[in-house]
Design a protein around this ligand. Structure first.
Ligand code: DC
Length: 225
């Protein structure tokens, strides 16, 4: 049986950074489920579908084939055979993913793929509903949070490092709106699983969060990493 680590939390809490590092240490596969929702979001954007048009979204999702693969250890996402990985990390794709991840057809298709990946191999999977809905039997569940202000500052610095000028207050408002949508949607809203360990990364460095997760893994397995 595979060993699965679920990491859930709001946008910008550092899930993917932590998940990637832990996966590399343990030689587990890292699965970024947000990227799958973003690939669907990209499809709807390309087709010019309104995120509120439930029928059109469900119909387009049925025709969509989202798959993942790995190149040099990095997850690649394919949309109908095209590698769209480089187009997924935009605010536009993130917001469309958040707005359209409320639809059952979209979630059903992507969670099926996620469950299948985790059944086959040891994974560190991050997202919003991994510990609660996708992998309820995951052996280790982390709920990673940070204040909206800290998350906005991190995003601002990330954009600045890329030479992109942005407005911190707009980023923070966007983060709060996204949290609100992700936490209040009807199906699989973002919430902490009852058996998840909450880690607040607001005042922690990346290495300190990794160390916390490493210790929890060691406690669960008795293994030394
Ligand atoms: O983690 P991210 O920012 O790449 O995710 C983009 C959106 O996708 C997020 O706002 C909500 C949705 N999502 C989801 O509903 N369930 C997941 N397991 C992962 C992401």
């Amino acid at each position: 049986m595979s060993f699965n680590i679920a990491i859930d939390g709001p946008a910008g809490a550092g899930k993917s950074t932590i998940a990637k590092k832990i996966a590399a240490e343990l030689s587990f596969i890292y699965v970024d489920t947000g990227a799958m929702y973003r690939a669907m979001g990209l499809l709807f954007l390309r087709k010019g579908i309104d995120s509120k048009d439930a029928a059109a979204i469900e119909a387009a999702a049925r025709e969509a084939d989202v798959t993942i693969g790995y190149e040099n250890g990095e997850q690649q996402v394919y949309l109908n055979g095209e590698n769209v990985t480089a187009s997924l990390r935009t605010e536009e794709a993130g917001n469309m993913a958040s707005a359209t991840s409320i639809y059952p057809g979209v979630r059903r298709q992507l969670t099926a793929l996620q469950k299948e990946l985790a059944a086959r191999q040891n994974v560190v999977m991050d997202g919003r509903d991994i510990g609660t809905a996708v992998l309820p039997d995951a052996q280790l569940k982390i709920y990673l949070t940070a204040s909206s202000h800290v998350r906005a500052v991190r995003r601002y610095e990330e954009l600045k490092a890329k030479g992109v000028d942005s407005d911190l207050s707009v980023i923070e408002a966007d983060i709060i709106a996204r949290d609100q949508r992700d936490m209040t949607r009807e199906i699989s809203p973002l919430c902490k699983a009852a058996d998840a360990v909450e880690v607040d990364s607001s005042e922690l460095t990346i290495d300190e969060v990794v160390e916390t997760v490493r210790k929890l893994y060691q406690e669960r397995t008795g293994a030394s990493v």
